[in-house]
Design a protein around this ligand. Structure first.
Ligand code: PLP
Length: 216
């Protein structure tokens, strides 16, 4: 089964890298038909990723009634005006990338009395069309997020499609270490083993588990 295969490959990469810390497998269920998601839920997997607030709102409350111990992480961009539903729904947000959003999350955390785990997205390839902070702006932003007393877990990146991901994984690991952060959200279907070698604590794997997404 694809889920078991992906888990075994993560485990092999983790062991080969001499790591003893866990690697969390986020099964990215965006766009997938409910039947495929249910099949993976039925195999006992309890950590999922979605990239749109509205899509996740449409399916996870119902799934969670049947599988109540399921965690869902937001891995796509978050607009400030969707911060409230996002904080009510998700256990972690991987895409914190600007001061305005950090402030909004801090205000809501006060009001709601809880806050998801946060990862800061870094635009390691400095691609203009991609969200995420420029590496040069990261240290100051980490300090700002910490001053707001937010639960900052780590960093996240999506390497440029046409470059070797290892350079970006290494950079993200270096930036995290420099800032005293242990969480590294990196690696997708095509490169999760490499990400594990570079220290990924959270890999985001969609199509390798569920099959290709049909956007038609
Ligand atoms: C869709 C998506 C993934 C999963 O991609 P696959 O190639 O299907 O594994 C991972 N991370 C983010 C941010 C995504 O949007």
């Amino acid at each position: 089964m694809p889920l078991d295969d992906v888990k075994q490959r993560i485990e092999a990469a983790r062991t080969a890298a001499g790591r003893t810390d866990p690697v969390h497998l986020i099964a990215v269920s965006k766009v997938q038909p409910d039947a495929r998601v249910t099949a993976v839920l039925d195999q006992g997997h309890r950590l999922y990723g979605e990239n749109k607030v509205q899509e996740a709102q449409g399916k996870w409350p119902a799934f969670r009634e049947t599988y109540p111990d399921t965690q869902v992480h937001l891995i796509g961009p978050l607009q400030s005006n969707k911060a409230r539903p996002a904080m009510q729904l998700f256990d972690a947000i991987h895409t914190l990338d600007r001061p305005k959003l950090a402030q909004r999350i801090a205000d809501l955390a006060q009001e709601l009395g809880h806050c998801p785990e946060l990862f800061i997205q870094v635009n390691t390839g400095e691609e203009p069309q991609k969200s995420g902070l420029a590496p040069a702006d990261l240290d100051a932003f980490v300090a700002e997020v910490r001053s707001l007393d937010l639960p900052l877990t780590g960093l996240m990146c999506i390497p440029p499609a046409e470059e070797a991901p290892s350079l970006h994984f290494a950079l993200l690991a270096k930036l995290a270490k420099r800032n005293g952060l242990t969480g590294l959200s990196m690696g997708m279907s095509g490169d999760f083993e490499e990400a594990v070698r570079f220290g990924a604590t959270h890999v985001r794997v969609g199509s390798a588990i569920f099959g290709e997404r049909d956007y038609g």
